[in-house]
Design a binder for this molecule. Structure first.
Ligand code: DGY
Length: 320
């Protein structure tokens, strides 16, 4: 008999096939977000669970989780949807997918940088809505990216991949990270040992920090005030790192030229004012959404479960 694997969302074909080869899959008919109670029901009597970003794997979940489930693999590198302390208390191992979504996410950060700077939403809307009247010297003038200053908060794998792409745009790269990188990884970027020190050097600011009690709401009015006037913020990290009301106020006042956002607090129910602003470039959390990357993430999640089921060390575990 195969072990039972509870899967909360539809998997990419190649991942679903591999999962079905090794496990008795228990999942939903559709591909809807499941409630805590629905996920608990799927997990009842299962040996393992494969969950996704946005699933409520919180303390209450662990209070009611079937004792049969000893490992939960998340189809994500981020684990902010999981109460890690509650998992540890319950003796459940949590596996994630680091390392395989670096390039896809850095590419999306760059799509946001360029889309926000070059007014891509407004331009695309004109073409689609047939409201493009003519070429004219003042039409949808944006902000030049080449040669500007880029600030990166969080110089892990993704931050470094964003910096690598920025070198192709001749940008002056600045970063804040808990630790300074060795010179060969910095590749000419300037280190700041505080976020306050970094902010005045950012024509563009790209966020690459996890959502933690320290970073939640970090991008607030005080933070934004320290940026140069007209700066552009992009976020591919987590939505709750930003104070939405303060960001919206800065976009309305012109303190910030634009924002490019792939992640939102409470997504998919985003703060509606973002939709009404012309100077936002918005994507529905697509950072890792390439076939190659989603397959790699799914395989990594299955590697974690396979190792646990085989009594081996889980390759990518998250600890509190
Ligand atoms: C993750 O893996 O945490 C990403 O946000 C998914 O794109």
């Amino acid at each position: 008999m195969k072990p039972v694997l509870a899967v909360t969302r539809r998997l990419p074909d190649a991942v679903a096939k591999r999962a079905a080869d090794s496990y008795d899959i228990r999942t939903q008919e559709d591909d809807d977000p499941l409630t805590r109670a629905e996920i608990l029901a799927l997990c009842h009597g299962a040996d393992a669970a494969l969950v996704s970003v946005g699933d409520p794997i919180d303390a209450e979940f662990f209070d009611h989780l079937s004792d049969s489930v000893k490992i939960i693999a998340t189809f994500s590198v981020g684990t902010d949807h999981i109460d890690l302390a509650a998992a540890r208390k319950k003796g459940v191992i949590i596996g994630n997918t680091p390392g395989v979504l670096t390039d896809a996410t850095a590419d999306i950060a760059w799509l946001l940088i360029l889309g926000a700077a070059r007014r891509a939403s407004e331009g695309e809307a004109e073409v689609r809505n047939a409201t493009w009247s003519s070429w004219r010297p003042t039409h949808l003038m944006g902000t030049q990216v080449t040669g500007k200053k880029l600030g990166i908060v969080g110089m892990g794998r993704i931050g470094q991949a964003v910096a690598k792409r920025a070198r192709g745009f001749d940008m002056d790269i600045h970063y804040y990270n808990r630790r300074q990188l060795p010179a060969d990884q910095e590749m000419g970027a300037t280190y700041h040992d505080s976020i306050e020190g970094l902010l005045p050097h950012c024509d563009f600011l790209s966020l690459h920090c996890p959502s933690t009690p320290e970073t939640r709401g970090m991008v607030n009015a005080d933070f934004i005030a320290k940026l140069p006037d007209g700066a552009i913020i992009v976020n591919t990290a987590r939505g709750d790192v930003v104070n939405d009301q303060d960001l919206i106020a800065a976009l309305k006042s012109g303190k910030l030229t634009a924002a490019g956002l792939d992640v939102f607090a409470g997504e998919p129910n985003i703060e509606p004012a973002y939709r009404d602003l012309a100077n936002t470039f918005l994507l529905p959390h697509l950072g890792s959404a390439t076939v190659e990357t989603r397959n790699a993430m799914g395989f990594r999640a299955l590697d974690n479960i396979d190792a646990f089921v085989a009594g081996k060390d889980v390759p990518f575990t998250v600890t509190t």
